[in-house]
Structure formats: C-alpha cells, structure tokens
Design a protein around this ligand. Structure first.
Ligand code: HEM
Length: 398
C-alpha cells in the first residue's frame, strides 16, 4: 500500500531520529508542503536546492514582515532579517571586524582563556565539558568582542535560551501559542532594554570593541542593539555546541579519536566534519518573493521555505558515505554556515575557537572517558538545533 509522505519536524518521531527522517525526505522528494501548519511553508532538502535558494536573495527574502518585527524585534534592526540594500549597508560596517586576519589576532586571548579553563578542569578531573569548558570559553569571547562585562552574560544567556527554545519552530506550529509568543516577546524586550542602557553608556565612552566600532560606523541605537542581540544569539551557543558535538563525535568514534591524536594536522578537517555532521542550525528560512514551483510543488509569493542545512550536509549527491564521521574527508562544502549574502559573519571566529579548544584539550590529556557512560550525555529536545546540554567527561592528564 502507498503511504503519503509525512514530515512533522515538531513531532516526537523527529526528535528521536532527525537525520534518518531528513535522509528519507531528501531521497523521496525535492520539496514538501506542510499541509497542517498555520503558515504556508514548504521544506527543501537537497544540497543544490538549499544553496540555490540561500544564494538568491532577490527571489527568496529574509524579511519576515511587519508583524514579526513588532513582536520579536521591538525597535531593533537585525541584518539577519533584512535584504539588500539595507542588509548590505549594515553588513559592510561590521564585516571588517570579522575578517580572518582580524579574528586571527584574537588567537592569544583564546589560547590563554582555554589554558586557564583547562587548568581548572584538569585539577577537577571530572567535569561537565559544556558548562565547565565550552560555554565558559564562548561566553568570554563574545563578551570580549562586544565589550560586555562577563558577569552580564549569564542573564543574557537565560534570555537567549528562551528564544532558542522556540526559534525556528514557529513556522511549523499548527495553532497560535499566545503564552509562548508572550514569553518570546518578553525576553526580547528585556534584552532590548539591557542593550539600550549599555549602548547609551558606550556612546559616552568608546572602547576597543565591536560595539564602539559600530557606533563610530554610524549605527543607530536600534541597529547597534539589534546587532549585539544577534551576536549573542548567533555566536555563543552555536560555538559551544560545535565544541560539544565535536567532543561527542570523538568519544563515540574511538578509531577516529585515536587517529586525530596521532595526526594533529587532522584537527581542522575534524572541526569541519563535525560542522557537517551535526549542523548547529538545522534549517534556515526564506520567504518567496514571487510565485514559482519546485518540482511541481506550487509556491506562492509570501510562502515560507525551510532550507534544511542538516539534510544538505548529508546529501549523497555531494558527499560519499554521508552519515559517516570521517576526519580524513578532503575538501568539504558543507552548508552549516549558510551561503550567499547572509553567510555566517562569525564563521572564522567559531572555527578558531573550536580548533584551539580541541587542540588544547587533546594536547593536555592522554585520553578522555565518559565516567557515567555515554547515556549521561544529554541532548536538548530541540528539533531545529543540535544542542548538547550536558556532557560529563573525565580528563586523564597527559
Ligand atoms: C558553529 C558556530 C556557528 C554556526 C553553525 C553559525 C551559523 C550561521 C548561519 C547558518 C548563518 C546564516 C543565516 C542565514 O542565511 O539566514 C549565520 C549568520 C550569522 N552568524 Fe553565525 N554561526 C556560528 C557562529 C557565529 C559566531 C561566533 C558569530 C559572531 C560572533 C556569528 C554571527 C552571525 C551573524 C551576525 C549572522 C548574520 C549574518 C547576516 O545576516 O548577514 N555566528 N550563522
């Protein structure tokens, strides 16, 4: 008997086996219309389609419209949700701060912070590698970058966690969720207020940080607030998860782990392979600017399209043995940082942090163990992101 295809990203089934379901969808169709969601939304799965849409801002917009702006952004302006030419102007002001050469200059700060954190972790021996290492490192770097006091970050993290919990899921909702929408609105407002105060202060006293550069570059308060919020949301948990996922992949693939310890030059490819296999952000969204069709699925102007990066990254048309973790893979074209005008501005920084963190962790340990077994590793019940919440780890010093 022929079963119609069903794809429900918010279902228990998807939470339990997201990659198997994405593989099945990708090999069954190019585009899938979600029949029951409130929004008109179509999912696409193949590497070629995901890239083509992300590369074409003209036909596929990032602008979510007025209602979304009011509910989620308040007065803030966020380039993530803008199209050219506005997006181009904002991005041009901050882009120089994220160029590889500029980011490279942060190496010694990252090295030093990693060394301090690992001193403590090695003394403790049994740690949670997320709380005690990865997230402490990324919080430190993002606060340094923006020029925030490190002490402010835990509060901001609580707010961004609220957003992450629901972010990216709303397009698949089958009914409005006023309580959740109110919580998101509240978290955004609180964050907006925090940054407004902070920006007022920085207008009076410039420092050597990204925020001062934005204000010098002509950002309005709303634009600066939006960018700070975006940096905290886009830049911190994602990098923590990259480090956490890379460690989990090594721990569950002992041969690859051993190979990496023997051949340190494989570290960079290993970070890329972790990005490919565990997409921190499993999907992006765009909005159709014109009526069109993908493989017979009709799309109207204003429809949402969900670009499944996590599926594009395992497309067998691009990758051999796509579900395997292989640190020796050569040139990779994974989609984890997106592509096109919105491609992740922080990719060089995320890569640098992950490489340094993992290089030091490996260099200073003879081996790593799961003291409570692999079952103690805890993943968030999150359909849209790969979040390792807890990862108890034992460090055996070198
Ligand atoms: C592993 C870590 C990271 C991943 C997987 C990631 C992923 C992404 C992706 C997929 C996009 C494209 C969004 C789109 O096309 O709609 C993006 C954009 C962005 N990311 Fe990242 N990101 C990471 C780390 C960072 C870091 C460390 C920062 C900053 C410190 C950052 C800042 C941004 C910003 C500002 C944008 C918006 C760019 C624009 O709209 O032009 N990200 N990120």
């Amino acid at each position: 008997m022929h079963h119609p295809l069903q794809f429900e990203p918010l279902s228990e089934d998807f939470l339990a086996r997201p990659y198997a379901i994405l593989n099945h969808m990708r090999e069954s169709c190019r585009a899938y219309r979600h029949a029951d969601s409130l929004c008109r939304v179509v999912s696409v799965f193949r590497n070629e389609d995901v890239r083509a849409i992300a590369n074409n801002w003209h036909d596929w917009s990032s602008d979510r419209g007025e209602e979304f702006r009011k509910g989620n952004l308040g007065d803030a302006t966020v380039m993530f949700y803008d199209d050219p030419p506005e997006h181009t102007k904002l991005r041009a002001i901050v882009a120089p701060l994220f160029l590889p050469a500029r980011v490279h200059a942060l190496t010694s700060q990252i090295e030093q912070r990693c060394t301090e954190l690992l001193d403590d972790c090695l003394a403790a021996r049994d740690i949670d590698v997320i709380d005690d290492f990865a997230s402490k490192l990324t919080i430190y770097m993002i606060s340094k970058l923006i020029g925030l006091p490190e002490s402010a970050l835990p509060r901001i993290r609580r707010l961004t966690e609220k957003l992450e919990e629901f972010d990216g899921q709303a397009v698949f909702w089958r009914e409005r969720r006023p309580a959740v929408e109110a919580q998101i609105g509240e978290a955004c407002r609180e964050m907006g207020e925090y940054f407004a105060d902070f920006i007022r202060e920085r207008r009076r006293r410039r420092q050597d940080d990204v925020l001062s550069a934005m204000l010098d570059g002509g950002f309005t308060d709303a634009q600066a607030s939006g960018f700070c919020q975006l940096l905290v949301i886009a830049g911190q948990a994602t990098t923590t998860n990259l480090i956490g996922n890379a460690i989990h992949l090594l721990m569950t693939h002992p041969q690859q782990h051993a190979l990496l310890r023997q051949t340190p030059a494989l570290l960079e490819p290993m970070v890329e392979e972790s990005l490919r296999l565990r997409s921190q952000l499993r999907k992006l969204e765009r909005i159709a600017n014109t009526d069109c069709a993908i493989d017979g699925v009709e799309i109207r102007k204003g429809d949402f399209v969900a670009l499944w990066l996590a599926s594009a990254n395992r497309d067998p048309r691009v990758f051999d043995r796509p579900d395997e973790f292989d640190v020796t893979r050569g040139q990779l074209r994974h989609a984890s940082f997106g592509t096109g005008v919105h491609m992740c501005i922080g990719n060089a920084l995320a890569r640098l942090e992950a490489r340094i963190a993992l290089r030091q962790l490996l260099a200073r340990t003879r081996t790593l163990e799961y003291p409570q077994g692999p079952e103690a590793v805890h993943f968030a019940r999150q359909p849209i992101m790969d979040i390792v919440e807890h990862q108890p780890l034992r460090l055996i010093a070198a």
